[in-house]
Ligand binder design. Structure first.
Ligand code: KG4
Ligand code: ZN
Length: 338
């Protein structure tokens, strides 16, 4: 406790960001140290799991020291240790979990393992101090595309998910083919601003009537086929138009399904989360649709959209308040369902 506030220190290492944060009362970020490995993995066009684990191991102590220093707290003031338990890369997760368990054991603190997506949703509790469940959540990241009904701080029901690629994965693959580099999401976001979203009509996949599931592999393949056939025909490709048209096809479906889900449940709140939530076109489209439907839209600032430990600390705090505890047998769960 510090100044009467409950302090959670959390660790996130599920993919290519090593992050440690200190959050007060589940909502106030005292520090959120993030060491990204993007520059290292760029060379390979995607995250190399073994390299990610090694870098987490190399960086975790320095990132922890930075988080403690920036928060200006002492270990005695920390009340809880939170950590991402899955889903993610197993080796990467294990570094964070071993670190968190060591802190919990040596410093005699309670430990709570957090589902990574629960963390992404919780980024909104930090960004919006008065936000409370229930609400509908749209989670779009490199590994997930889901719609969930959030019933309380610690629990939610998934009502839709991707049957193949995640939205961020589709962004990254299309960006790679366009030669934009890794990670592709932010690159497509930027390039699409200079393109015409109606230049090429890529297919929109809605699946069965009223389904809240997604399928992006068909759209992704359509983009790849278009690029190949244009190249074969000797035509020059307008990358900005392709990026804008691909993005339009993907986002139209995401936005329509998310708003439909909120309306169907009678929710007047829609919460956007995950790395792709940083996308400017998605924010703009969703803002407009929500405004027209009388739904209030919440999304975090970009730094809380992509992987970070502050969101894990917030989720851990609310799980702890709900009576959830883990012990030192806590394991990594690479494909943990929500
Ligand atoms: O949440 P996150 O950091 O990691 C996972 O949990 O997967 O999300 C990373 C994903 C990557 O696919 C990246 O390309 C995408 O988020 N992303 C974006 C943007 N910023 C990050 N996609 C579209 N537009 C962006 N501005
Ligand atoms: Zn994530």
């Amino acid at each position: 406790m510090k100044n009467g506030k409950f302090l959670t220190l959390a660790v996130e290492s599920s993919c290519d960001e090593t992050s440690v944060a200190v959050v007060a009362d589940g909502r106030e970020v005292l520090s959120n140290a993030i060491s990204t490995q993007i520059e290292i993995h760029k060379e390979y066009g995607g995250v190399v799991p073994e390299i990610a684990s090694r870098h987490h191991l190399m960086n975790i102590n320095a990132v922890t020291a930075q988080a403690m220093e920036e928060a200006d707290v002492d270990w005695r003031e920390i009340d809880l240790i939170g950590v991402t338990k899955g889903p993610g890369l197993v080796g990467a997760l294990l570094i964070g979990i071993a670190t968190a368990k060591t802190f919990a054991f040596v410093k005699k603190k309670p430990l709570v393992g957090v589902h990574h997506i629960q963390g992404h949703i919780s980024a909104n509790y930090i960004a919006h101090p008065t936000l409370k469940p229930p609400f509908t959540a749209l989670i779009v990241s490199g590994g997930h595309t889901s719609i969930a009904e959030v019933t309380s701080y610690g629990s939610c029901k998934v009502v839709g998910g991707t049957r193949d690629d995640a939205a961020g994965e589709a962004y990254d693959k299309v960006a790679r083919v366009l030669g934009l580099g890794y990670p592709g999401g932010p690159k497509i976001d930027k390039l699409a601003k200079e393109g015409n979203p109606n230049a090429v009509k890529f297919k929109r996949v809605y699946l069965e009537k009223d389904s809240l599931d997604f399928s992006f592999s068909g759209t992704k393949t359509a983009v790849l086929n278009y690029i190949n056939s244009e190249k074969q025909a000797g035509h020059e490709i307008n990358a900005a138009d392709v990026a804008a048209s691909f993005q339009q096809a993907i986002l139209e479906v995401i936005v329509n399904k998310a708003v439909f889900a909120a309306k169907r449940r009678g929710d007047d709140k829609l919460v956007l989360a995950g790395g792709v939530a940083a996308n400017s076109a998605l924010r703009a489209m969703l803002s407009q649709e929500c405004a027209e439907s009388g739904i209030r839209l919440y999304f975090p600032p970009p730094v809380l959209c992509t992987d970070n430990a502050a969101m894990i600390a917030s989720a851990a705090y609310y799980l702890y308040k709900a009576g959830i505890r883990d012990d030192l047998s806590l394991d990594a769960y690479p494909s943990l369902p929500l």
